[in-house]
Design a protein around this ligand. Structure first.
Ligand code: AMP
Length: 330
């Protein structure tokens, strides 16, 4: 039996009047669970012991299941059968994918999830995501394969779940060599990380994280909300006068610590919908049946009022967290 058949068989065995929504306790779990309850579902949080108190205090989870390892929710794991008995639909989020792993979500999480699990690979692989966005007619920052070719201010980014830690800006090749050596000497990155780094043109403008939802039932892309990330320490660095910055070199970092909501200039909304529609259209060809449910386009809006996208997330992002009570657009 294929995995799809197995998942469908599990779903067909569910009591649809008693469905529950389950997710891992992290990232956007508070609002997923809160939303599940608001829609009349039972809510289940799966979390490590140190997170139990968070979900108990907010009272958003009807059931708290403690995990020793995230593998326990996979087929054959200690919690897998319990989730089936609860008629659970899983809502995967960013920490869910990074804690469980894209491979395991694709191959071993044989439980019904919200969305298309095949598309997750397209968001975790920078080459695939670039292909997807360019095919959708969305502009992206120029990428430089060989550091010797750096000819403009660029950001050096590393793969994996390090979430902006250790990213830095470079103006040219000499700068790249000096800064990578500095980071390697301090044990922050390895030589191997440098080989896998993405060197991307630095786009100056206002960052906007566009959260969409594609409903296959309504066949329409909805705009959920727009947020901006608060990143440490880059956001703090901007409060230090230039002279003091140069006198005491403080390394920049892009570690997300929170999110704030944005209301966009209204004349930009047509382009926002155009991009969302186009992403969904292309996804249907790349990973049938395509994008379903929440996704986010991570952009910078330039002074020419152009959206340049540097990333896409094919699942809910934590940038929806300011909108637990609704956004101006939802
Ligand atoms: P990422 O890991 O790609 O989500 O990037 C983390 C953060 O780095 C973003 O939230 C932005 O603040 C910044 N960033 C990433 N790529 C660019 C870019 N091409 N131009 C300007 N800032 C960027």
């Amino acid at each position: 039996m294929s995995d799809t058949d197995k998942i469908l068989e599990i779903y067909r065995g569910y009591d649809r009047d008693k469905l529950s929504i389950a997710t891992i306790g992290s990232h956007s779990a508070l609002q997923i669970l809160n939303g599940a309850k608001a829609e009349g579902f039972k809510s289940i949080v799966l979390c490590k012991p140190e997170r139990v108190e968070t979900y108990r205090r907010f009272g958003v989870a009807d059931k708290i299941i403690t995990l020793n390892s995230y593998d326990e929710i996979l087929e054959g794991g200690r919690v897998y059968e319990k989730l089936i008995a609860e008629n659970a639909i899983i809502v995967p989020h960013g920490s869910f994918i990074s804690n469980v792993g894209t491979d395991k979500v694709e191959k071993r999480l044989t439980l019904p999830i919200l969305g298309n699990r095949d598309i997750l690979r397209w968001d975790s692989d920078r080459t695939l995501e670039r292909d997807w966005l360019l095919k959708a007619g969305i502009k992206m920052p120029k990428e430089t394969k060989d550091p010797k070719d750096i000819d403009r201010l660029s950001i050096v980014k590393f793969p994996g779940a390090r979430g902006g830690r250790g990213y830095f800006l470079v103006a040219n090749y000499e700068d790249f060599v000096r800064k990578t050596a500095y980071q390697v000497d301090r044990g922050r990155i390895t030589r191997d990380d440098i080989k896998k780094a993405t060197i991307q043109e630095y786009i100056s403008g206002v960052s906007m994280y566009l959260s969409y939802f594609y409903s296959p039932l309504k066949k329409e892309v909805e705009l959920f909300g727009i947020d901006q990330r608060l990143e440490s320490n880059i956001d703090g660095l901007t409060r230090i006068p230039a002279l003091d910055q140069t006198n005491s070199y403080i390394e920049p970092s892009y570690v997300v610590v929170g999110n704030v909501p944005i209301v966009v200039r209204e004349s930009l909304i047509p382009r926002i919908f155009e991009m969302g529609d186009s992403i969904v259209k292309v996804s249907k060809k790349l990973a049938p049946p395509g994008m379903m449910g929440p996704f986010c386009l991570e952009t910078i809006v330039t002074h020419d009022l152009e959206f340049i996208a540097f990333e896409i997330s094919a699942r809910i992002v934590a940038g929806t967290n300011p909108f637990i009570g609704g956004s101006p657009y939802s």
